[in-house]
Write a protein that binds this ligand. Structure first.
Ligand code: RP5
Length: 162
């Protein structure tokens, strides 16, 4: 299994969750993405966490929409850090996903990111930062990313009328 495991409730989450994979790819962190649903495949959820616990996986990223219990259920089965990404839902645009991921009762932790693609990208970034605490190559790539981002802002900091 890869260093970072990206799980999601449905293939329909993949267009959003790819932003996490792209970020990890940029930082040279190995990743693997799978569909595991908390309510459609609960047995697979438990088996996947048992597999992750036995392998070299360091971080779990979990994206889900609607009544998004996937990140919390994954966290219940593992002591690996779980970062939850609320995927925008059709009916409530992700407010439901956000509230159901962020409001974990005390005792089982999920780190919740922003709704949608920004949250997925930041989940990848945060996972890379975790890996960077023990891998200086990854940490240097994160520093380089920050520095390029800063330069891009400075290069376009003067605004004119359209
Ligand atoms: C959740 O239900 C998934 O995470 C997805 O965001 C949402 C809708 O799933 P589909 O009906 O598109 O498969 O379990």
């Amino acid at each position: 299994m890869a260093t970072v495991l990206i799980l999601m409730g449905s293939t329909s989450d993949w267009p959003t969750m790819q932003a996490a994979a792209r970020m990890l790819e940029d930082f040279g962190v190995s990743w693997e993405a799978r569909v595991v649903s908390a309510h459609r495949t609960p047995d697979l959820l438990a088996a996947t966490m048992a597999e992750a616990e036995q392998g070299d996986t360091r971080v779990i990223i979990a994206g889900a929409g609607g009544a998004a219990h996937l990140p919390g259920m994954l966290a219940a089965f593992t002591c690996l850090p779980v970062f939850g990404v609320p995927v925008a839902s059709k009916q409530l645009k992700g407010l439901d996903s956000l509230l159901s991921i962020v409001q974990m009762p005390k005792g089982v932790a999920v780190g919740t990111l922003a709704v949608g693609e920004a949250g997925a990208a930041n989940a990848g970034l945060l996972a890379a930062q975790v890996i960077g605490t023990t891998d200086s190559q990854v940490q240097n790539k994160v520093r380089e990313f920050r520095s390029k981002q800063r330069e891009a802002v400075l290069a376009n900091s003067k605004l004119e009328l359209d």
